[in-house]
Design a protein. Structure first.
Length: 144
């Protein structure tokens, strides 16, 4: 029993991220939306005029850790992103992006969706790895 509690405590500690502190309002952030499943706040280093991060309140470290039980929270990310895009006046369009692990450029291991907008965002990737198996990829997005 004591072992079980110790394991649970260790799991909780491992799940702790800077973003879970934002969810619990233990550190400051410009929170623009929160409900029982997700939280959205402005990125501290915005890469576009509008740059909001949307996260599940429960820590899912990366997109690689997604399980069927996460579907309600992950679905909510999209409906809230759409709502925030409308609130922010992004009628011309926007980009939703999820980075996964090191190669994907993920910095914080608490799955998050970037909502970027406020003007033309340019090409999707700036430092793309060329893949010899798919030479068209990266040049014109694979279009013929
Ligand atoms: P990633 O590279 O993991 O996809 O994106 C992480 C994002 O979190 C970055 O854009 C970074 O600026 C943002 N970020 C990191 N720490 C904080 C923080 O403490 N507060 C806020 N609001 N954003 C953060």
């Amino acid at each position: 029993m004591a072992d079980e509690r110790a394991n649970e405590a260790a799991d909780e500690a491992a799940d702790e991220t800077i973003f879970s502190k934002i969810v619990r309002r233990e550190i400051e952030a410009d929170v623009v939306y929160q409900d029982d499943l997700v939280t959205a706040f402005r990125d501290i280093r915005p890469q576009a005029p509008v740059h909001i991060l949307l996260i599940p309140n429960e820590v899912i470290p990366t997109a690689d850790d997604v399980k069927p039980k996460h579907e309600p929270a992950l679905g909510r990310l999209f409906t809230v992103a759409k709502q925030l895009a409308e609130q922010e006046g992004l009628s011309g369009g926007y980009r939703l992006m999820v980075n996964c692990k090191d190669d994907g450029g993920q910095e914080v291991y608490h799955l998050h969706m970037h909502l970027l907008g406020g003007g033309p965002l340019g090409p999707m990737l700036c430092g793309a790895v060329r893949d010899e198996r798919h030479p068209a990829a990266g040049a014109n997005g694979g279009r013929a």
